[in-house]
Design a protein. Structure first.
Length: 476
């Protein structure tokens, strides 16, 4: 007799679909089989039982930069995530100006406590304002369950110079951490941006020129070369184009421990969406920007064959009024970069990837939960339906057809770039550690139910060897 049994569902297991029951005790999966009995039963007939999604790249309740704060805090953001079938997120401890990396993590933990309705980890972030003791800060955070750090190669106030980049990579290599990189060439962006301004070409459509594929490709190549030199593990986040995806593939052939992440906006939104009226186009401004049909096709194929490892939202929640600012006509220089997506991430891939047959079940599970748990250090607790792991489970109605739109979603952001898009498949019941956060489409979890998830770094001894350690003169 189990505390809870989910009965009669079509269950997504590591080795394929199974018509079976799931027994849950003390928040964990305790049995998988047929004929299980429980004190409480959840009828999963005509439902697909999937692992809870893990969104390892999203932004919530960050310090104000550029005059605008996030619309979503940890309460509204995690509620929105849960309604989208996500049971664990890993956002960023983003620093404010001249805030230390530890200070930013402390701030994020304080903001999340008592608010989150699903579980969460945190990524560290290093900027030029982190402080001279960056190695000591990262080592201290390692003992607190942090196992990853993000670096920016662009954005004023965030971009790091090469000296700090190498310092973080060397430290991460020693700790067994993974380094996440926003790869765009900052000097090229500033140069092109100013040239466009000088030519009075500031319409939103020029955002794709100011952040061209070449700029992303160059930065991706350089970041991965740095990883190769230091032996560090690296995720290139929000890979948007075929050119950057190919850079990751080439680095892997050289033995670099390189991981590629992409996001729904790079498959479902194109550069042509910026060639609209200014107010309409503003809904599609994010960085790197949307790309060409060629990149769409390349990224879909990379999702299918395993060259893309992670499917994340990069949820960047701003109210539309803050996004367009005070300019009479929004332009690419005045429109805030970032779109919401924490709730639409899984429904889009479920509908257009899994149900269409583009993706096998195995690839879908890798992209939406298993890889994130393995890469970021908590596969011993989450990411799969297996005995001993947290009972983070989502019951999907695979026949439900619904329309994405602001009215149907739960983020505080007052727009979505997917307004009016029809999808098939909807999460109906969502369990976090065996407790219904959502039951039959109704929110049940209380703010504060979500717990901080400590993550484990990889064994540093299994990290790649720095180039300097493999050159012949060192063996002499």
């Amino acid at each position: 007799m189990h505390e809870l049994v989910i009965k009669g569902g079509r269950v997504a297991l590591d080795d394929g679909w199974a018509d079976c029951d799931i027994g849950i005790d003390a928040g964990r999966i305790s049995a998988i089989g047929n004929g299980l009995s429980g004190e409480t039963l959840i009828d999963a007939a005509k439902r697909w039982v999937m692992p809870g999604g893990i969104d390892a790249h999203c932004h919530l309740d960050q310090p104000v930069w550029g005059g605008a704060g996030n619309a979503d805090d940890f309460e509204s953001g995690t509620i929105s995530a849960a309604f989208g079938g996500t049971t664990c997120i890993v956002p960023f401890g983003m620093p404010g100006p001249d805030m230390s990396t530890i200070g930013a993590i402390d701030r994020a933990l304080d903001r999340a406590a008592g608010r989150a309705v699903i579980d969460y980890g945190l990524h560290a972030v290093v900027t030029m304002g982190t402080g001279a003791d960056v190695e000591q800060q990262l080592a201290a955070l390692a003992s607190r369950g942090i196992a990853s750090v993000k670096l920016f190669m662009t954005y004023q106030g965030f971009a790091v110079d090469d000296d700090l980049f190498f310092k973080v990579l060397d430290t991460a290599h020693t700790l067994g951490w993974i380094v996440m990189v926003h790869a765009e060439n900052d000097a090229a962006i500033r140069r092109t941006r100013q040239r466009l301004i000088d030519l009075d070409r500031t319409d939103i459509r020029y955002h794709v020129v100011a952040h061209s594929e070449t700029m992303e490709r160059e930065a991706t190549h350089r970041a991965l070369a740095f990883a190769e030199m230091t032996g560090a593990r690296m995720t290139i986040v929000h890979v948007s184009s075929w050119q950057s995806a190919e850079e990751v593939a080439r680095a892997r052939l050289r033995g670099v421990d390189a991981i590629a992440e992409t996001c729904p906006q790079y498959l479902f939104i194109s550069g042509a969406d910026l060639d609209r009226s200014a107010l309409d186009a503003a809904r599609f401004v994010f960085s790197p920007p949307p790309r060409s049909p060629r990149s769409h096709e390349h990224l879909w194929q990379a999702l299918i064959d395993g060259r893309i490892d992670l499917w994340s939202s990069d949820h960047s929640p701003y109210y539309f009024a803050d996004k367009i600012g005070k300019a009479e006509t929004p332009g690419f220089t005045t429109t805030l970069s970032g779109i919401p997506g924490i709730e639409t991430r899984l429904p889009l891939l479920f509908s257009e990837g899994l149900l269409t047959g583009r993706l096998t079940l195995d690839r879908y599970l890798d992209l939406t939960s298993r890889n994130a748990a393995a890469i970021y250090g908590f596969a011993d607790r989450k990411g799969r339906i297996a005995v001993g792991l947290d009972a983070d489970l989502v019951l999907w109605d695979p026949t439900a057809t619904w329309t994405l739109g602001h009215a149907a979603l739960h983020s505080r952001v007052d727009f979505t770039p997917y307004e009016g898009r029809s999808v098939t498949g909807k999460p109906t019941t969502v369990l976090v550690r065996g407790v219904p956060a959502i039951a039959d489409g109704v929110l049940k979890a209380q703010p504060g139910f979500g717990q901080f998830v400590e993550r484990t770094a990889a064994d540093p001894a299994r990290s790649g060897r720095p180039v300097e350690e493999t050159t012949p003169w060192l063996d002499a």
